[in-house]
Design a protein around this ligand. Structure first.
Ligand SMILES: Nc1ncnc2c1ncn2[C@@H]1O[C@H](COP(=O)(O)OP(=O)(O)OP(=O)(O)O)[C@@H](O)[C@H]1O
Length: 598
């Protein structure tokens, strides 16, 4: 994507300022008033010099002196009001833009986040948002104020001495050229700095998230080196940016001094020819001094534009990402305790993947049924859950909830109907109670405790130092794997959804922990439609039916009765059951062991 121009930046981001446009207008008027007051104040200084100072007449002092004081007070008030209103609008712009981008990002599919570093997204929501504000909010007003100041001061200078003023204005393009040169270089450095900054945040965020893996593999040094590499890249770009920014002000100051000296020299000659008074020349020099400041500001606005173009490019890229699913369905579901689910010849492939994750897949789960979905790694089991929660839409076929296509339902209704216990248990920094109530923030403490009981989590929670008020660190580092799972199940229970989907809830747990997860599951499944995704064949005995997925297709026919898994899948010893047994199962177990469990 090409960097957007200023017009495009305003088109995209003005809506976030639109509500404050009146305040911005008032601020602009106040800045103009302040500039007018400055102009009048300098003029009063000229009058004082010529009428009172050079003549020594006190009577000539009062009127211009009081006028000067009055303009100073009004100018100060206008300046304060303008600055305050600008800051207020600017901060609100930041709040609204950040909230909008964050809300938008939250609607994107999980796949989007898998392809991007967290740090990069954080950088876009902080530095990039601010760089856009510095142009669209405060930058715009500064430009208005600087332009008015230039017109007023230049007008007053022209009025005092048009030939001196012309000489000064002829020198102005020098400043413009210098600003242009600098801004081009700063643009490159700014973009590089932002990219490197995003990469640093990603390395740090990943390092912290995966600290156990890093330590167990003794990879601290390589992670440190990764950070060092990105830091060096950032350091180089930041230094280049700092060098250019730091050089810009002194270069302008030297140029300014040369110009002022040149003008004073010519001014002395004008005085000798009596074309200007001494007060007039001093006021002229003052206007010139005042003039260079807004000119300098205009130069800096060029830099703000440069930074905003780089920042807005990255923000617009984010804002233009379309969610994988459209929330346009308006159908409604009948009120019911449990719901049926049907996958009808579903085909789906992830963006960029070379083969489909699901192909011509069919599955009919009756209301209240408990289905175990099993199969080898990569068979498409988690994809089923993702389609069911509408993180994605199928490319072919339909997924139905109570005979209604998910696409015809509002997203909220779909997700309110289905509680997911994901493979990776997400824990937020907060108390145990907050974590359980994440999907149902209005739940009372009694409801939270009841959900924890149902998930067999109550006992271990009560043993924690502050019970339900114990703050568990980010990612639940204080809890065991099994405890985290039970917490996640309690969270799903509290949502009281008619469908429960569990993705590998016993993965990585020992027998005792598995039992403590399975027990509550058995109870929960009695009152809900349940889909349990698992490699664990021991769980088959809990289910009404077992569905085997292989390569994105159903590999075994579904069975209607609740008779247990082992016998169903393998049949009696002498039956030709190997046909039903996918190759990966043959290495896992044998019929004798499987039946022995029952
Ligand atoms: N975000 C993604 N982008 C591209 N391909 C993906 C993505 N997620 C999964 N896949 C691919 O889709 C296929 C099905 O993945 P899925 O996660 O559904 O398998 P699974 O049966 O749940 O595996 P496991 O038991 O290991 O969790 C795999 O080939 C996987 O590599």
């Amino acid at each position: 994507m090409a960097q957007p121009g200023v017009r495009e930046i305003f088109r995209r981001f003005w809506p976030f300022l639109h509500r404050d446009r009146r305040k911005l207008l008032v601020a602009a008027v106040l800045f103009v008033v302040a500039a007018v007051m400055e102009t009048v104040a300098v003029w009063m200084f000229k009058v004082l010099t010529d009428d009172a100072l050079t003549t020594g007449k006190l009577s000539a002092f009062w009127q211009p002196g009081m006028t000067w004081l009055g303009t100073a007070v009004v100018g100060a008030a206008a300046s304060f009001g303008g600055a305050y209103l600008t800051s207020r609008a600017a901060e609100k712009f930041l709040l609204e833009l950040r909230a909008h981008v964050f809300d938008h990002v939250q609607e994107l599919s999980p796949d989007f986040f898998a392809r991007r570093g967290t740090g990069d997204l954080v950088a876009r929501l902080s530095g990039d948002v601010e760089s856009v504000e510095r142009l669209v909010g405060s930058g715009m007003l500064e430009t208005v104020s600087a332009l008015f100041s230039v017109v007023l001061y230049a007008g007053a200078a022209l009025y005092l001495s048009w030939d001196l003023a012309l000489l000064a204005l002829l020198l102005a393009p020098v400043f413009w050229l210098v600003a242009r040169k600098f801004s081009q270089r700063i643009r490159t450095a700014s973009r590089q700095e932002r990219d490197a900054n995003g990469a640093i945040s990603s390395v740090v965020a990943e390092g912290i998230a995966n600290v156990e893996l890093v330590q167990s593999c003794n990879q601290q040094r390589s992670q440190g080196e990764r950070l060092h590499r990105e830091s060096l890249r950032w350091f180089g770009a930041k230094l280049a940016e700092a060098r250019l920014s730091a050089l810009y002000a002194p270069v302008v100051t030297v140029l300014e001094t040369v110009c002022v000296l040149l003008i004073i020299g010519v001014g002395v000659w004008e005085i000798s020819a009596q074309r200007i008074t001494i007060g007039g020349l001093i006021a002229f020099a003052a206007y010139l001094g005042y003039l260079y400041q807004p000119l300098q500001q205009l130069g800096q606005i060029t830099m703000a534009v440069t930074a905003a173009r780089a920042g807005s490019e990255r923000l617009i890229e984010l804002m233009d990402q379309r969610p994988a699913v459209a929330d346009t369905g308006r159908a409604s579901l009948p009120a019911r305790r449990s719901r049926g689910i049907r996958f009808e010849r579903v085909g789906f492939g992830y963006p960029g993947a070379d083969r489909p994750a699901l192909a011509d897949f069919g599955l009919d789960v009756r209301p209240g049924e408990f289905v175990l979905v099993t199969g080898p790694s990569g068979a498409g089991k988690s994809t089923l859950a993702k389609l069911l929660l509408r993180f994605y839409d199928p490319h072919a076929g339909r997924v139905l909830l109570d005979d209604v296509d998910l696409r015809d339902l509002p997203l909220r209704a779909v997700r309110d109907s289905i509680a997911l216990v994901p493979q990776e248990v997400a824990i937020f920094h907060g108390t145990v109670a907050d974590n359980i109530a994440f999907g149902a923030p209005d739940a009372t403490r009694d409801e939270i405790v009841a959900a924890a009981r149902e998930a067999d989590a109550d006992e271990f929670v009560r043993r924690l130092p502050d019970g339900y008020d114990t703050v568990i660190g980010e990612r639940g580092a204080l809890l065991s794997g099994g405890q985290r799972r039970r917490l996640s199940i309690a969270r799903a229970v509290l949502r009281r959804a008619p469908v429960l989907v569990l993705d590998e809830p016993t993965n990585g747990l020992d027998r005792a922990s598995t039992r403590r997860v399975v027990e509550p599951l058995r109870r929960l499944a009695r009152t809900r439609t349940t889909i349990l995704i698992s490699h664990d064949l021991d769980l088959a005995a809990e289910a009404d039916r077992v569905v085997v997925l292989d390569g994105g297709r159903a590999a075994s026919p579904p069975r209607p009765e609740r008779t247990g898994f082992a016998g169903d899948l393998f049949g009696p010893d002498d039956a030709p059951t190997v046909r039903l047994r996918p190759p990966w199962l043959a290495t896992l177990t044998n019929p004798g062991i499987a039946r022995g469990r029952r």
